[in-house]
Design a protein around this ligand. Structure first.
Ligand code: OGA
Ligand code: MN
Length: 289
């Protein structure tokens, strides 16, 4: 069988992968995909139309599945209830999806951050509702020496409770897993990729409270880093077609949902791959979870 075709995007990250059926992936094709994942950090597979169980199977290639909500291995990112009605903006689930419109990492607010995340498109709105990614390897590369020196020893707390409170959301709803009390995980601002060894910025909306800086200084530094990081050519925005699937390396990529009219239906299916405790376990926490 022929190998999948991997076409780099214009941005510093991302590639489009075609010529492969993810529901029946052979070992040779998987090796091509894994290599491309480490090189491009974001892979987009148009027109796969995977059943959610097959999406979970594919995600298993990357590692253990993180059971974000429930034990199916996937979670609908949807503004529609089973009865067809739409969630109002004040609904806790909707508040999480609105929060997703800020640049973020997945599960960095948990003791073990995610290795990779996967999204597939099922129902897409007529306008907006894209997903955008930003390359934190390239963002680190463009920092000047002074900034690199300044952030070298710094770390930040990561909290979903904190980032949601900033947009006025305080009722966890189904998302209690990210609203735990106690000290949020502390993670270095500069992360070395466990496989490629490339350094990258590890920031985003869940990060706050850099120890050693006062609140205003910490907010300013994190906001400035984020603002500079998430600019072309380090960003790629994908306009979804139903059936498309994307997987990205949460260890070196930020992502966000783009706004859309919440009167339209948007249904995505999300699967999250757990990090390796050797590299994704937060500092200053006990070795068990
Ligand atoms: C997520 C997420 C973005 C989107 O599922 O973790 O951030 O475009 N989704 O829905
Ligand atoms: Mn996310």
């Amino acid at each position: 069988m022929s190998e999948p075709s991997v076409q780099s995007l214009e941005a510093t990250l991302g590639a489009v992968v075609t010529g492969v059926d993810l529901s029946s992936l052979g070992e040779g094709a998987w090796r091509v995909i894994e290599r491309a994942f480490h090189e491009h950090a974001l892979l987009i597979f148009p027109g796969q139309h995977l059943a959610s169980a097959d999406q979970v199977e594919f995600a298993r290639r990357f590692g253990e599945i993180e059971h974000v909500v429930g034990d199916t291995g996937f979670v609908p990112i949807s503004n529609q209830r089973e009865d067809g009605s739409l969630l109002e903006d004040a609904h806790p689930t909707m508040q999480i999806m609105i929060g997703n419109e800020g640049w973020h990492t997945d599960s960095s607010y948990m003791p073990l951050a995610a290795k990779a995340s996967m999204l597939s498109a099922h129902v897409v709105p007529t306008r907006g509702g894209e997903t955008e990614w930003a390359d934190m390897r390239a963002a680190y590369e463009v920092l000047d020496d002074e900034t690199r020196r300044r952030i070298a020893g710094l770390a930040a707390r990561h909290s979903l409770k904190h980032s949601q409170a900033k947009i006025g959301h305080t009722e966890p709803g189904d998302f209690s897993y990210g609203f735990a009390d106690g000290d949020p995980p502390l993670r270095p601002l500069v992360k070395v990729h466990p496989v490629t060894k490339r350094p990258s910025l590890f920031i985003g909306r869940h990060a706050y409270g850099i120890p050693g800086l006062d609140t205003a200084e910490s907010e300013k530094l994190l906001a400035e880093l984020l603002e500079q990081a998430c600019q072309p050519p380090r960003t790629h925005c994908h306009a979804w077609q139903p059936g498309d699937l994307a997987v990205w390396d949460n260890r070196c990529v930020l992502h966000r949902a783009r706004p859309y009219d919440h009167g339209e239906v948007r249904v995505m299916v999300h699967t999250r791959v757990a990090g390796d405790p050797a590299s994704e376990w937060a500092e200053g926490l006990a070795e068990s979870a």
